[in-house]
Design a protein around this ligand. Structure first.
Ligand SMILES: [Zn+2]
Length: 334
């Protein structure tokens, strides 16, 4: 998608003042050299390299890379919120880890015996050479069915006919379970982009923001093995929201809640992703959650839902200012 001007301008209006306030050294020099119009720049929140600028004098939109809407969580699991990221970052995350959330949900739906759930398997049959890509699904009647494409695999067509009258047959199904670490990573990225959509570049340039970016590009380790991502089937809190944690008295921070949906089986999972506050020890303090991980307890958090204002430019509600207000006890529903 080449950038469309209307969309680009909405993003510029909302985010560019926070870019200037937060990045310090980021400046846009126009062709005439005399003026800066820093309010007309947008930087990809994932790589901080690709950008687009609007040059008001020339009424010209100019970019270093194409930008595309990234859904958080991914569209394949029902995500509706979007934010602009550069095409390279979008496709890299898509093929490296974003796809894994849907895979995870499909498997989870079968494990939880949801109707119309389905996973891909490799099937091999006793006495028949080779293995075949096929599907295993749970029907409306709660029956386990096995589907193999006989047009693709005509060789086993006859055999399948044969076993209708023969009960002595054996099928071995191999299921590839998605790597949970990739699921955590994809959800951490979604939560990071969610925080960007709330706090703009003040979050991106904070130490929390850069730590998370480091985890995403493998240059930094997360304090927690699950990258601060908790999955549950509890839906006490509304989805796709930023919550100030209040029930864990020993820990101060935020969580981003996201509902994940597997569309075919209508299977839902709540993902809760921890986002530390802005204090110098907030990141290290995440280690307080380690005991929960050892005991494999699924955690739910309650707190104050932060109302997010999407209509106006981000300049007042920076991540640092919100954090200061919260510590002073000025917690406000925005
Ligand atoms: Zn990028």
């Amino acid at each position: 998608m080449a950038l469309n001007q209307k969309r680009a301008q909405w993003y510029l209006q909302r985010f560019s003042s926070s870019l200037i306030e937060s990045s310090g050294k980021f400046k846009v020099r126009l062709n005439d050299g005399a003026h800066f119009y820093p309010e007309f720049a947008y930087l990809c929140p994932l790589c901080l390299k690709s950008m687009f600028v609007y040059l008001p004098k020339e009424a010209l939109l100019s970019w270093t890379n194409d930008f595309t809407l990234d859904h958080l969580p991914p569209e394949s699991v029902g995500g509706r919120d979007t934010v602009l990221v550069c095409k390279d970052c979008n496709s890299k995350a898509g093929s490296n880890y974003d796809y894994s959330i849907k895979e995870f949900l499909k498997h989870d739906a079968v494990i939880k015996r949801k109707k119309n759930s389905k996973v891909n398997i490799k099937a091999s049959f006793k006495g028949i050479p080779g293995s075949y890509n096929s599907g295993l699904s749970l029907t409306e009647k709660n029956e386990l069915t096995f589907n193999v494409n006989t047009e693709k695999h005509p060789y086993i067509k006859g055999w399948l006919e044969e076993i209708k009258s023969n009960t002595n047959w054996e099928l071995k199904a191999t299921v590839t379970i998605p790597e949970i670490k990739l699921v955590y990573k994809a959800l951490l990225k979604s939560a990071y982009l969610f925080c960007f959509s709330v706090w703009g570049y003040s979050f991106i340039y904070s130490s929390t923001g850069s730590k998370i970016r480091g985890v995403l590009n493998n240059s930094e380790n997360h304090i927690l093995e699950n990258l601060g991502v908790f999955l549950s089937n509890s839906f006490e809190l509304s989805a796709n929201r930023l919550i100030l944690i209040q029930n864990n008295s020993s820990y101060d921070g935020f969580v981003v809640n996201m509902t994940l949906l597997e569309k075919e089986s209508n299977h839902k999972v709540m993902a809760t992703i921890l986002i530390p506050g802005n204090d110098s020890d907030s990141w290290e303090n995440l280690s307080q959650f380690n005991p929960y991980l050892k005991d494999k307890v699924s955690l739910t958090f309650s707190g104050i839902e932060m109302i997010i204002d999407y209509k106006h430019p981000i300049n007042q509600n920076s991540y640092q200012k919100d954090w200061e207000d919260i510590k002073k006890g000025n917690i406000k529903k925005r």
